[in-house]
Design a protein around this ligand. Structure first.
Ligand code: GLY
Length: 579
């Protein structure tokens, strides 16, 4: 019991750490760019992306350079020990590809691996320590993207990240605060199982040797990470999946009873997939297919909303909020029922994104009443997910567009760094369904499509998305936020298309979120208007407020200026830079 409370405390602090990465700022961050725009959560990373474009790199080179840089400067979510997705669209062929570098379960994983001897779900095991780690995909994904679509040499796009790790970077107030927050986890976790031993390397790297607090202006070095990046620079992904890094990860796993072996690492592959596509009021939507639920559920929701005169409603009035919320409710039920890794079973994507399916949902929506989720969803409940991830958007002078969302899952992942690597490993295993066949009102889900199996990829909600109008890239967007990601992306898209906001207004505008279960409409605090809330309550909505939802660094084409505008989300210290 005591240890359950301790774990809860640790998980709450992890959530707070994630929020620290997303504090509201009042800065207006929109920038126009003709030759290229990079928008990410971090100033160093965005600048590196722009420098790569200036050197003649294309948007893919820039995306990979930004990804490596964020692994150094934004360790809460930027990573080479996690996984993610990248959508790339080429203006000449008008084709788009989806690169899947999602983590996978190791060979030794089983559906019951997070259940204790009494068959109860042991939450800590799936979030903290070595058992929580999925086989990472980022390095393979980046290498694949560069080999197929990049212009510059591999070494050139990694060099800036090596420099930041080896020579350090200056901590801003927010990053210093996030690192200091880790101390609280360390204190809470004392005596808790062997977490401290498992995470010794992590806390060594992310603490000051004299135990003092980090302050704004400190220079933060990551020497081991620099060495790992150099190996990857010299040997390619082989260093990570077969060479010294694989050796160090496998050794650490063995020492701490983790499952990942050298063979698991050697078997990992990144895939190129056909993006999932839809059409919304004349705009083409291109997004991520399974193993993400993001693109499918986004398109399903847009199809339903197309049946309503959304633009004629007041954006934040009860009518629009009710319709949007009910749409989310029905689509997230489908997410829970059907979505998973399609290599392991049929996923009815085609049906879910069809206009007929949308029409059938539209007919079920009651304009006067919130339909209780239990009325439409038998007894399938969904599990609470960690919310730390990061998204960045890039377009280059030729119009190549890249939307990348990648993640360690929770803020700082599993808190595991294999000794000698400096690489934070993910806790993505927690994105699987945890208890086969068992659902309860605490949030456990036991549905089949997302149960754990060897080499299976856990279901994601990441939704990197490119929107096309009249054959030209119109918008690039995406967000962190666990299961709420798809709804954040939806909020941003309708703000632009239906409510005619400019991209900065659309990104900054307050958001709502409904995930079918729990049956609660979440509203960002900033957007609270008591009259509207009362109206929604009278329709049957249970309302909860939250400080911030998502972090959607986006780009949009402006017909007026003929330029792309980058908008960093006001919820983080993001950075949009033009070239
Ligand atoms: N770990 C968050 C996601 O993949 O949706």
């Amino acid at each position: 019991m005591a240890s359950n409370r301790r774990i809860l405390g640790i998980l709450i602090i992890i959530c707070l750490l994630a929020q620290w990465a997303c504090i509201t700022s009042d800065e207006e961050n929109t920038v126009p760019g003709k030759n290229g725009v990079v928008v990410s959560v971090d100033q160093y990373a965005s600048q590196i992306g722009i420098d790569i474009l200036k050197k003649g790199g294309n948007a893919v080179d820039a995306a990979v350079a930004v990804g490596f840089a964020l692994a150094v400067t934004y360790p809460a979510a930027g990573n080479i020990g996690g996984g993610g997705f990248m959508i790339i669209r080429f203006p000449d062929t008008r084709e788009a590809v989806a690169i899947d570098f999602r983590e996978m379960a190791p060979a030794g994983a089983t559906p019951n691996m997070y259940l204790d001897e009494k068959g109860n779900y042991d939450r800590a095991k799936s979030y903290l320590g070595h058992l929580a780690v999925g086989v990472p995909g980022t390095v393979k994904g980046f290498e694949y993207a560069m080999q197929k679509y990049g212009n510059l040499p591999w070494k050139e796009v990694i060099a800036p990240a090596i420099d930041l790790a080896e020579n350090g970077f200056v901590l801003n107030k927010r990053r210093a605060k996030a690192l200091n927050g880790l101390k609280q986890i360390q204190k809470l976790s004392k005596n808790f199982e062997d977490m401290i031993t498992k995470s010794e390397e992590f806390f060594r790297i992310f603490s000051k040797p004299d135990g003092s607090e980090f302050v704004e202006g400190d220079i933060f070095f990551q020497i081991d990470l620099a060495e790992s990046l150099k190996l990857i620079s010299n040997q390619g992904s082989a260093a990570f999946y077969e060479g010294k890094i694989a050796e160090l990860i496998a050794r650490d796993m063995e020492k701490h009873r983790g499952l990942i072996t050298k063979d698991d690492l050697a078997k990992y592959e990144a895939f190129v997939r056909e993006p999932v596509k839809g059409n919304y009021r004349g705009y083409e939507i291109i997004s991520m297919p399974p193993p993400s639920s993001g693109g499918t559920i986004l398109i399903e929701m847009l199809n339903v909303l197309e049946g309503f005169e959304l633009g004629a409603m007041e954006r934040y009035g009860p009518e629009a909020l009710h319709v949007i919320s009910e749409t989310m409710r029905f689509a997230y039920l489908d997410r829970a029922k059907y979505m998973g890794d399609k290599q392991f079973g049929d996923i009815p994507v085609k049906r879910l994104i069809s206009k007929e399916h949308a029409q059938s949902i539209k007919e079920k929506i009651d304009l006067d009443r919130a339909i209780p989720s239990s009325e439409i969803g038998e007894d399938i409940l969904t599990n609470e997910k960690a919310k730390e991830t990061t998204h960045y958007s890039i377009i280059d002078k030729d119009g190549i567009a890249v939307a990348t969302t990648y993640t360690l899952n929770g803020g700082f992942g599993s808190f595991v760094i294999a000794e000698g690597t400096g690489i934070i490993l993910n806790n993505e295993m927690a994105d699987f369904n945890m208890k086969p066949g068992y659902t309860d009102d605490k949030g456990l889900i036991g549905t089949e499509p997302n149960l754990i199996a060897p080499y299976k990829r856990m279901l994601s909600s990441m939704t990197p998305t490119i929107i096309v109008k009249d054959g030209k890239t119109f918008m690039i967007t995406g967000s962190p936020g666990g299961r709420t990601i798809i709804n954040t992306v939806l909020n941003v898209i309708i703000n632009v298309i239906d409510f005619k906001m400019n991209i900065q207004e659309a990104v900054n505008g307050y958001r709502i979120n409904h995930e079918w279960m729990p049956d609660v409409l979440i509203v960002e605090k900033e957007g609270i208007n008591e009259e509207v809330i009362d109206s929604l309550k009278s329709m049957g909505h249970e309302i909860k407020t939250i400080r911030s939802l998502g972090d959607a660094h986006s780009i949009c084409f402006d017909l007026g200026t003929g330029k792309y505008h980058g908008a960093a989300d006001k919820r983080s210290s993001g950075s949009a830079i033009e070239y």
